[in-house]
Design a protein around this ligand. Structure first.
Ligand code: SF4
Length: 389
């Protein structure tokens, strides 16, 4: 069955506030009937407050509008994020005064308030969900779309998958990429060849395994699957295999399903702001130049449909190659532009594929523009006096 994704385009006909993205966020919240749904609810607003001197996380102007809508509807909002990002978030503009509600670490200041969920997946047996997430009765998942070094895309799924679990589980989720064996040292007994394998990688993605001398370790984040190492490694000694790359996205889908399972049906909604899209995620603590043009703002009760729509819309955009750091290389030009940057096995669509398989939503959707420019009377040329919204 088709889901509905509401969409606010970045396009404007006039230089007026009511055609800008915060105003379109208001229209999306009306379509989602957010105010009508939160009366008496304890509402966790999950967003990423960034780190260090990053400035591309969701601007407080947007956050405050969501908080205000929740309050107007009679809900009790609070923002949650992981402990090390909440700490210092005031330096990036997030304070109770600016956003209109408290900002809490999702598992308390020591990351020790959580609920265990047993769900075996590769090396993970039990997942630890932040206590404040599970204690909430309604969830607003407010994400920022951008690139990601492990899976090429971070959006709605990623905001919940990593952002609702405690640090121990987040680390375990990154580690599942190593559960399927990719290095077979018995087929490469010569230490000099191991040195050549490491040296040929321009991204320093292959290193000595700290825990197992003589073994090699692949940094999934750095690897763009260029294949140079495979030209040097003896046959069969090294695999650059999709399974190692896909595992992270499957773990993200499972993690998200655990989080969403703690909310009653209809008690979660998802909004994604696709502006200032940088090559890597906001955890890096800085903001580099955007590598895609702004795509707008999206909202849906169906998380699968939401991320699918964001990927489809951003997938039609042109990569801004002059803004790409020289430490990255484009070696494929197939599929989504984020895949060009991070390599073919970091297919951004995998997470929605896994999410749909888990029954979290539909990849089939209608995209409803909340203020199509075609329906606005064309503006005369020239400036129009800006109005307050
Ligand atoms: S595939 Fe390329 S980036 Fe990945 S480890 Fe090998 S040489 Fe490095």
């Amino acid at each position: 069955m088709k889901s509905t994704v509401y969409f606010g385009s970045p396009r404007q006909t006039r230089l007026e506030a009511n055609e800008t993205l915060p105003a379109k966020l208001d229209l999306i919240m009306e379509k989602l009937q957010l105010r009508d749904r939160v009366k008496g609810e304890l509402v966790a607003l999950k967003m990423h407050t960034g780190n260090n001197i990053g400035y591309s996380t969701i601007h407080p102007v947007f956050v405050r509008r969501v908080v205000s809508a929740i309050r107007e509807g009679g809900g009790k909002p609070f923002i949650v994020d992981v402990d090390w990002d909440v700490e210092g978030s005031e330096s990036r503009g997030y304070t109770p005064e600016t956003v209109g509600c408290p900002i809490y670490p999702l598992a308390g200041p020591a990351d020790r308030y959580f609920y265990p969920h047993k769900r075996p997946y590769k090396s993970i047996d039990t997942w630890y969900l932040g206590g404040l997430i599970q204690d909430a009765t309604f969830l607003v998942n407010f994400s920022h779309a951008k690139g990601h070094p492990s899976c090429s895309y971070g959006g709605g799924f990623k905001n919940l998958a990593l952002g609702c679990m405690i640090g121990k589980t987040r680390s375990a989720m990154h580690d599942v990429c190593h559960d399927d064996r990719y290095w077979f040292s018995e087929l490469c007994p010569d230490p000099a060849v191991r040195e050549q394998i490491k040296a040929v990688c321009p991204h320093a993605a292959i290193v000595d395994d700290r825990k197992n001398p003589g073994e090699l370790h692949l940094h999934i984040e750095q690897c763009n699957q260029c294949g140079r190492c495979l030209q040097v490694a003896p046959p069969g000694s090294l695999k650059i295999d999709p399974v190692n790359f896909y595992s992270f996205q499957e773990a993200c889908a499972i993690s998200t399903s655990i989080t969403l399972s703690t909310f009653e049906p209809g008690k979660a909604t998802h909004i994604c702001l696709a502006t200032q899209m940088t090559p890597v995620c906001d955890c890096f603590g800085f903001t580099s130049m955007p590598i895609l043009p702004d795509a707008g703002i999206f909202g849906s009760d169906d998380l699968v449909a939401l991320d699918q729509a964001v990927l489809d819309v951003t997938g039609r955009l042109k990569l801004i190659e002059e803004n790409i750091s020289t430490s990255l290389e484009v070696h494929t030009r197939e599929g989504h532009p984020l895949r060009w940057l991070h390599g073919p096995y970091k297919d951004p669509y995998k997470v929605v594929e896994y999410g749909a398989a888990l029954g979290l939503g539909s990849r089939d959707y209608d995209l409803v523009d909340v203020l199509p420019v075609e329906q606005i009377t064309p503006a005369p040329m020239g400036y129009i006096k800006a109005q307050t919204n």
